[in-house]
Design a binder for this molecule. Structure first.
Ligand code: ADP
Ligand code: MG
Length: 484
């Protein structure tokens, strides 16, 4: 369903297309051997090429080319056997060459697509292209009152620009698209997808049109948005801004805008340049990039299992719900972890522990599964104790954090805490009798037909047993006892 904007006069639909810049996980830059390590001393990772010195010649980094190819394969896209590097000319203080080496007419990867999940089911989003380009340096304006500084460490780092078709119709769809794209790149390993570090950022193109109209409106492009939340906020603000202008008789001017997270608004940066303004021309220092079909085939064969395929396999093999499978594969670390635990165990129980307790623990601590101390063997052991009735779900939840962070095995911890589940029928019967004797009035009411008191009795038995009684057995034995 579309994200509708109720204007004062009409209803409007938002149309979105994204250009995502993803930094390639490469130790060296796209055309030089300089390191790409994050957080180094400013200007300590700059070769003559990255500094734009005349006569310094770029040499293509084979690893980066391969990463672009595997990413293209992951996007179900056409790999172009011949692509061309162009110079995109513009002035920026942090662009010493005076141009960026990019690809324009002949990118390395052509049309593809990815699938996202929406409220109305699966939707396909078209990928227009993926091309390779260099990153620029960084201008720093906030360290001195009078001066700006330039750090060229980022200059020349390899980026993949991934352009989508204008296929998205709501902030949620844009968010799902970025999440899915990021996930695919992470599975493939071509980009770490770290948006906080700026390793993945999006230019968000926004236009609006009257509901039912087939023609696209004029778009504005919001540059360099570096979080999924900001992408959604920017779309909300920008689409409403455009509707207001049009309804008041104005026209949208094609523009490049910036999103200001502090104010939650977009602001004009510059009027939109056209591609001919850049005077693109093939870089004379670089020959056309020609790919060998054998290399493409090898990369294709070695492609890892991608999230959608993994999701379907999980649904098929383990009989888990689509929704659960979707969230498990949305993090490769979790998916691998899950798959190791699930063998020989009850899938339902494993799903509920992974997507329930484990997820909420990771979220609470704000860590990823790789940073978490728990091993799959350890969590598996805990699940086994629940499955064989030694430990109740509830008690397991109570000791979860201590279990994850400590070194004790599940069974040792359970013994130490005296948390072993009470599964002895006779002992449970004694407690049930005790509870019924203590509550004669309730018992009378129950027998007179007030059946919802059953829950009360269960609660009392659990209480008397300090939460240790096996709930299934309590249910079964209580039903029997109440019949007498
Ligand atoms: P540029 O570099 O000039 O921004 P690109 O072709 O690289 O041009 O990117 C255009 C982006 O804008 C694409 O993601 C495309 O889907 C999107 N887009 C094009 N027209 C519209 C529109 N009317 N509304 C929203 N997005 C649009
Ligand atoms: Mg653009």
């Amino acid at each position: 369903m579309s994200f509708l904007i109720k204007g004062e006069k009409k209803s409007w639909e938002v149309v979105l297309g994204l250009e995502v810049h993803a930094q390639i996980n490469s130790k060296s830059k796209l055309f030089s051997g300089s390191s790409t390590e994050y957080g180094a001393e400013p200007n300590s990772q700059v070769s003559l090429i990255d500094a734009g010195m005349p006569g310094a010649l770029p040499v293509i980094n084979k690893y980066c080319v391969e990463q672009a190819i595997v990413s293209g394969l992951g996007l179900n896209a056409k790999i172009n056997k011949v692509s061309i590097f162009d110079r995109k000319n513009y002035f920026y203080p942090d662009l010493p060459q005076g141009y960026q080496i990019s690809q324009f007419e002949f990118p390395i990867v052509g049309a593809g697509s990815i699938e996202i999940e929406t409220k109305n089911g699966t939707k396909e989003i078209g990928i227009t292209r993926l091309h390779l380009e260099q990153d620029a340096g960084k201008s720093i304006h906030d360290q001195d009152f009078k001066n700006s500084f330039i750090d060229l460490n980022r200059s020349g780092c390899a980026l993949m620009e991934i352009v989508s078709e204008p296929d998205m119709r709501s902030p949620e769809e844009a968010a799902e698209y970025v999440k899915k794209l990021r996930n695919i790149l992470r599975y493939i390993g071509s980009c770490d997808g770290n948006m906080e570090k700026g390793n993945l950022r999006a230019d968000v193109n926004v236009s609006v049109r009257e509901l039912g109209s087939k023609k696209f409106g004029t778009r504005c492009e919001i540059k360099n948005v570096n979080s999924i939340k900001f992408i959604q906020q920017a779309i909300h603000y920008e689409s409403k801004r455009q509707v207001k202008i049009i309804e008041n008789g104005g026209k949208i001017v094609q523009q490049t805008r910036l999103f200001d997270p502090a104010e939650g608004e977009t602001r004009s940066m510059r009027s939109k340049e056209e591609s001919h303004d850049y005077r693109y021309f093939p870089d004379p220092d670089l020959p056309p990039l020609v790919l060998d079909q054998k290399l493409i085939n090898i990369l294709k064969t070695n492609l890892p299992e991608l999230p959608d395929i993994k999701k379907n396999r999980f649904i098929q093999d383990f009989g888990i719900k689509k929704y659960d499978a979707e969230i498990i594969v949305s993090d490769k670390g979790i998916a691998d972890f899950f798959e190791k635990i699930i063998s020989n165990r009850d899938p339902k129980l494993v799903v509920s522990w992974v997507t329930g307790e484990l997820f909420s623990y990771l979220k609470r601590k704000n860590i990823s599964i790789s940073e978490c101390k728990i091993s799959y063997e350890k969590l598996g052991e805990l699940i086994d104790l629940i499955e064989n009735g030694t430990l109740s779900n509830r008690l397991a939840k109570d000791l979860f954090e201590e279990f994850v962070e400590g070194d004790k095995s599940a069974i040792d911890l359970v013994n130490e805490k005296g948390m072993t589940q009470l599964s002895n029928e006779d002992e449970i019967k004694v407690i049930i009798k005790q509870v019924l004797d203590l509550n004669p009035k309730m018992l009378e009411e129950y027998k007179a037909g007030k059946e919802k008191l059953f829950g009360f009795f269960v609660g009392q038995v659990m209480k008397v047993s300090h939460g240790k009684a096996n709930p299934q057995m309590v249910n079964k034995l209580l039903i029997k006892a109440l019949k007498n």
